[in-house]
Design a protein around this ligand. Structure first.
Ligand code: GTP
Ligand code: MG
Length: 315
């Protein structure tokens, strides 16, 4: 055997490292997972409603009512709510950040600033903990993994303010656009509107999740292309139940009839939920750490280094 080559281990010399996957799984399950979502968009587009639709069964309060089922409840401040969901022994800590709608002021300049600041603040809080000498082995993660961006179902095009906000958001977080209240569009209108929006996003060079990087393999590239073809998800939200064929389902009644939120023939709510919870949860978390947080971190550390090298120049 050549010098420096590892000695071949015979088949009967079992050492047991193959159990490492179970060891990792056990450790991860014990710690649980953290997933943080923010909702962003103009006033009254159904942000708060969709949050309750997505995670409905978990938001019901102790009296069996939906916790936020009041008639008028305009969101007036950035409001994070935490829930712990357990499914089959897996603990998911879900942090949902509701934000006030923007765009209804006389002057809408910089109305998105508090939202961008909130997202960046979570990055700096994480960085500060990372840089602490006696740091905890596990840092509580409040970094936002996904921003659901609500588009007005106008059927025409994105508003100028939407383009600005989408640009700002996509620089700091994974953005997933959705067409809000899509029950107000016919299927044909929806189809045409989705195509129009996709073209506009490309035209304005807005880089949305999912990204293809050098590390993305062929299978992932395919899945990502499928997701891009579906975006924006045309959704309907509801906190109420309606009766369809004798069955009580989450839905809405409108001029044309009854909409079952969970019926794929009626809207794409189920696709959005599957995407968020079943297929892309882990990737959204990873991408946040590897792309968005990493970009923030290197910029901050560079600024810190420069201010140390040149203290009189200030930070
Ligand atoms: N037709 C229809 N109405 C909806 C839908 N989702 C919500 N609504 C209604 O729209 C209104 C506003 O919903 P909210 O969830 O409070 O909207 P919001 O975006 O949180 O509003 P702000 O907090 O003011 O920004 C309510 O009357 C909802 O019942 C939907 O998918 N379709
Ligand atoms: Mg709201």
């Amino acid at each position: 055997m050549a010098q420096g080559q590892p000695e071949e281990i015979r088949a009967n010399s079992y050492v047991g490292f193959e159990t490492i996957t179970r060891q990792i799984e056990h450790k991860l399950l014990k710690r649980g997972f953290q997933f943080n979502v923010i909702v962003v968009g103009q006033t009254g587009l159904g942000k708060s409603t969709l949050i309750n639709t997505l995670f409905a069964s978990h938001l019901i309060d102790s009296k069996g009512r939906f916790a936020s089922d009041e008639e008028v409840r305009q969101t007036t401040e950035i409001h994070p709510v935490s829930h712990v969901i357990v499914e089959n022994g897996v603990r998911l800590r879900l942090n949902i950040v509701d934000t006030p709608g923007y765009g209804d002021q006389v002057n809408n300049d910089n109305c998105w600033d508090p939202i961008i600041k909130y997202i960046k603040d979570q990055h700096s809080a994480y960085l500060r903990k990372e840089l602490t000498a006696m740091r905890d082995r596990h840092i509580q993660d409040t970094r936002i993994h996904c921003a659901l961006f609500f588009i007005n179902p106008s059927g025409h095009s994105l508003r100028a303010i939407d383009i600005v906000v989408l640009k700002k958001l996509s620089e700091v977080v994974n953005v997933v656009p959705i067409i809000a209240k899509s029950d107000s569009l016919t299927m044909e209108e929806r189809f045409a509107f989705k195509q129009k929006i996709r073209a506009e996003l490309i035209h304005h060079n807005i880089r949305l999740y999912p990204f293809d990087t050098e590390e993305t393999d062929d299978e992932e590239i395919q899945v990502n292309a499928q997701i891009r073809a579906m975006i924006p998800f045309a959704v309907v939200g509801s906190e109420r139940t309606v009766v369809i064929d004798g069955k009580s389902v989450r839905g809405r009644k409108n001029r044309w009839g009854v909409i079952n939120v969970e019926d794929e023939k009626h809207c794409e709510f189920v696709y959005l939920r599957n995407f968020l919870t079943r297929t892309h949860l882990q990737d959204l978390i990873e991408t946040t750490a590897q792309i968005h947080y990493e970009a923030f971190r290197s910029k901050q550390l560079l600024a810190l280094k420069e201010s140390q090298a040149n203290p009189r120049a200030g930070p």
